[in-house]
Design a protein around this ligand. Sequence first.
Ligand SMILES: C[S@@+](CC[C@H](N)C(=O)[O-])C[C@H]1O[C@@H](n2cnc3c(N)ncnc32)[C@H](O)[C@@H]1O
Length: 302
Amino acid sequence: MTITFFELLGSVIEREINFIADHLDNSVDEIYQLIVEEAGRNQAEWYSNQVPSLNYHSPACRLAYLYIVAAANSSTFHHVLESNQDLYQYVMEIAKERHEIKICAFGAGPGTELLAMAKFFAQQNLGHSISVDFQLLDKVEEWTSSWYGIRDQINNSFRQLYGSNRSKWPIIPSGNFLACDVTQLDRIPYLGNVWGQDVYVINFLLSEVFNDDPGLRAFLSKVAQFAPSGARFVFIERRGYMWQNRMANIAKESGLLLSAFTESKGRLEEDPLALGDVYDVLQHERTPRLTWDVVYSIGIKQ
Ligand SMILES: C[S@@+](CC[C@H](N)C(=O)[O-])C[C@H]1O[C@@H](n2cnc3c(N)ncnc32)[C@H](O)[C@@H]1O
């Protein structure tokens, strides 16, 4: 008895499409077509070898992200949680002792990291629920709707699978979306909630910031300065020396003890058919990404 990324995302996408169709005077078919266009545009920007210019403010662009990329990116973080022994033991110890864990994602987008936590704890079968307090930081405020959509869908699915008594659910998600450019140090005083987290995740943010931005290094150094000793900083990025270098520079400036770099290639073993209507309509033009090819490293606050 468990959840799948595609099933969760299918419901989130369907609700967002219907909402947009109602409010923006587009037909559902027009929205499908816009998703295909935005998916092509996103892909070209990500591989343009310069700062990508993405339309995240547009609903169709965010829907394209949810359809094409969100499951694959959730599965990379899920894979790191499962397979990195240090991170696995750290997270499991906290979960068993405190029955809660605090996690903060920088450049969180729709909150794919929460999807990964939900699937991870559902598979661990701890026999009790874990409160997952999730702080998302992203400069694109419009992601808020997808984050609440994902959180609500996790709640719906757990209610269906485990009943209405939340103490029987694998996780009870809570948290906030904080609109914030993480290269701007002057935003720090407004972010009371990001201190004191157990895990900080930087999942596919570095390639969007793209440059070796001193603002990002300064921001993360400040966060690391106030993080509890032992907190884990999980850096995941597409494979490449340039990204390893970025991680190493951030860790050095923040005083984090960085693990060796691990390269990982893998495949999400889920059926995208579970996405439902959006996949039925779009699969001949665009299919969701199922594979990852990344490098990751874990920094530890001393
Ligand atoms: C590729 S997405 C990754 C989203 C999520 N972490 C995942 O793995 O699916 C990159 C995210 O970083 C955000 N982003 C890019 N530059 C940023 C900045 N300077 N400050 C905050 N967020 C930023 C974008 O809005 C986008 O949501």
